[in-house]
Ligand binder design. Structure first.
Ligand SMILES: Nc1nc2c(ncn2[C@@H]2O[C@H](COP(=O)(O)OP(=O)(O)OP(=O)(O)O)[C@@H](O)[C@H]2O)c(=O)[nH]1
Ligand SMILES: [Mg+2]
Ligand SMILES: [Zn+2]
Length: 397
């Protein structure tokens, strides 16, 4: 217990300190200390515990911030939805904030589905792309908080933490990444058996992208009506089935596999990826005819589509869930992947790697490569090995 005298001395000390601080001359040109901005858009749910730290925070003694976070986390509800709301900076127009999903984006504007209605929104200027780490602030699939000004318009105030992102190099700044789809659960990799012919390397690239983003992937081989014999495509896709990948054979024109596809899309957010002209829009229209997505003929000479779908759209499905009809994008992100890490995405190659003569065998040219020998004998499919080599050659060391 402090004595009365000690207490008085303490009071005196505090008063004196206050007065001295008040006597400090004000320096008009003093710059405020730099602040650290919290990059909440990049945080996953794992980081949700520290989301309600203020946007601008003081530099604290070592360990102090973590201590406060632990205390706050202990006092907080564990429900992730509540965490989202708590973590969001307050919208300006309090009382009119609503939560919605971005269904379409164009420069500076986006359409957001709120309570079953789609409203046109601008994006609050203080939400900067640089802070998000990507070249776009808002992406299709984003969960956002909007403040409403009128029934059909609003402003995106906050982009809530993303569960997943599908990226591609930005069109104008190739070294930066653009978010194509946020919060997808799975990728539907669409290729056509013919016209244009199935491009296995692209299938593998998309499989790697999906795995790197923790998304499940299903391969959909469309236009099977153009095959002379079903054995052709069934044999070609067997190595993928053997590896455990889901494979669906469809014909948007004849209706094969459409019911199965509908079931697969139900209740999830699916990014539909594949080259132009393979029938992505046709398949989605077959799944849900009222979507009536624009489709286009494939160029007879070049066997390529004409990029009929140019915008990324989030389409609400009747059975629940969303599908994202993406334009044919070749370079869904392998950014940051190095040659040495590629085999990790080829389980059948990875399983043999320790038997190769050289410990750091790349399985592309070395003598004594067990993987190359396995291709001749069968365990590694020639198609997969070929794609592995092509992708390896395109990656940095
Ligand atoms: N024979 C056949 N043709 C199909 C099938 N599915 C789509 N097509 C045709 O393929 C062409 C391209 O189809 P789209 O649905 O526009 O292709 P997309 O993948 O959406 O192309 P982009 O929007 O350019 O990326 C159209 O002429 C379709 O009629 C199919 O199962 N069989
Ligand atoms: Mg299309
Ligand atoms: Zn090897």
């Amino acid at each position: 217990m402090p004595t009365r005298r000690q207490e008085r001395r303490w009071q005196h000390y505090v008063e004196d300190k206050k007065n001295r601080a008040a006597r400090q001359p004000v320096k008009p040109n003093r710059k405020p200390n730099g602040t650290r901005r919290r990059n909440w858009a990049k945080l996953g749910y794992n980081d949700a515990d520290d989301l309600d730290m203020p946007q601008t925070e003081r530099v604290m003694p070592r360990g102090e911030r973590e201590r406060r976070q632990r205390l706050m986390a202990a006092a907080k509800p564990r429900n992730s939805e509540e965490l989202d709301i708590i973590s969001a900076p307050r919208a300006r127009a309090e009382g009119t904030t609503a939560r919605g999903t971005v269904v379409e984006v164009s420069t500076g504007l986006c359409r957001v589905e709120v309570d079953g209605r789609t409203i046109l929104c601008s994006v609050r200027g203080s939400l900067s792309a640089a802070d998000s780490g990507f070249t776009n602030v808002v992406a299709v699939g984003d969960d956002v908080l909007v403040s409403r000004d009128g029934r059909d318009a609003g402003v995106v105030e906050t982009v809530l933490p993303r569960r997943s992102v599908l990226l591609r190099p930005d069109v104008f700044h190739g070294h930066l990444q653009q978010v194509i789809v946020a919060n997808a659960d799975q990728v539907l990799i669409v290729g056509s058996w013919k016209n244009p012919a199935l491009w296995f390397e692209l299938v593998d690239r998309y499989l790697i992208t999906a795995e790197r983003n923790n998304l499940s992937a299903v391969i959909c081989v469309n236009k099977i009506d153009l095959a002379d014999d079903p054995a052709e495509y069934r044999t070609a896709l067997r190595p993928y089935q053997a590896l455990g990948y889901g494979v669906l054979f469809t014909s948007a024109t004849r209706g094969d596999g459409v019911a199965e596809l509908r079931g697969l899309l139900c209740g999830k957010t699916t990014a539909v990826a594949g080259l132009s002209g393979v029938g992505k829009s046709s398949l989605l229209t077959a799944v849900q005819p009222e979507l009536q997505l624009r489709t286009g003929a494939v160029n007879e000479d070049r066997h390529e589509g004409r990029h009929v779908t140019t915008q990324v759209h989030l389409l609400r499905l009747q059975g629940g869930g969303y599908a994202v009809d993406t334009p044919g994008i070749r370079e869904f992100g392998l950014a940051g992947l190095r040659r040495a890490d590629l085999a990790r995405f080829y389980p059948e190659i990875n399983a043999l790697r320790e038997q190769c003569t050289f410990g750091d065998c790349s399985h592309t040219h070395e003598p004594g490569c067990v993987v190359a020998a396995a291709v001749a004998q069968g365990p590694v499919s020639a198609t997969r090995f070929h794609s592995y080599g092509k992708i390896w050659a395109s990656l940095p060391d």
